[in-house]
Design a protein around this ligand. Sequence first.
Ligand SMILES: C[S@@+](CC[C@H](N)C(=O)[O-])C[C@H]1O[C@@H](n2cnc3c(N)ncnc32)[C@H](O)[C@@H]1O
Length: 233
Amino acid sequence: MKFTDSPVIELPIRDSLLSIQQDNGSMHVGTSVWPCSLVLAKFAERWAPTTPISDNTTTNRPYSHLFDFHSKRRRAIELGTGCGAAGMAFYLLGLTDIVLTDISPVMPALKHNLKRNKPVLNKNLKTSVLYWNNQDQMKTLNPPFHVVIAADVVYIEESAAQLVGAMEALVADDGVVLLGYQLRSPEAHELFWEMCEKVFMIEKVPHEDLHPDYAYEETDVYIFKKKKKNTVD
Ligand SMILES: C[S@@+](CC[C@H](N)C(=O)[O-])C[C@H]1O[C@@H](n2cnc3c(N)ncnc32)[C@H](O)[C@@H]1O
């Protein structure tokens, strides 16, 4: 799917409908909704179990344990949330202890959309200003988090290393980073993946496992887990 200039993006998640207002005319990319966030959210919706599953339950549904937000309380954070599409969707899937973060100029668009969707969410979701290079802001958020979500955040070479650093600092040793990805800048792409390979074990979700209505050739979902400290490359 291509980026759409429609003023409102609707995102159905289970029995709920998120309605996200975007402003494509703004100078901040975070005031628009980007396809990666929809692809990531619908991938999670496809596999998230509706009832808790136990650790020793074997299931032929891949990703079920990953998205089982009901049996254990999971702390989560979204980086570069923009209008909050992915974060709100994960909240509806049971990831209720989640904080949505972005840079200050994007906060009004985020807060506007959280308010707009409050009847569906039934709650004011937590938000926080977080610049990926700001260690103090990260410390205030009290990491680690079991789940770190990020969608379409790799497009500036200068911040690619900061983003990997933030992911590494925020995710728990046994946690996951869920990344919706689209190639935006070859330079940022190269640096980002080079750094990620040093820090994370990387799994690319096959396209047939994405939600069939939200699977586009140019958009991928990745699952990162931290490499153990003594893992030899
Ligand atoms: C292309 S938008 C994606 C927004 C949203 N995740 C989506 O998919 O609709 C990239 C987001 O990353 C945020 N971002 C970029 N650089 C950042 C940085 N250094 N620290 C924190 N957020 C940043 C932007 O403000 C923006 O909201």
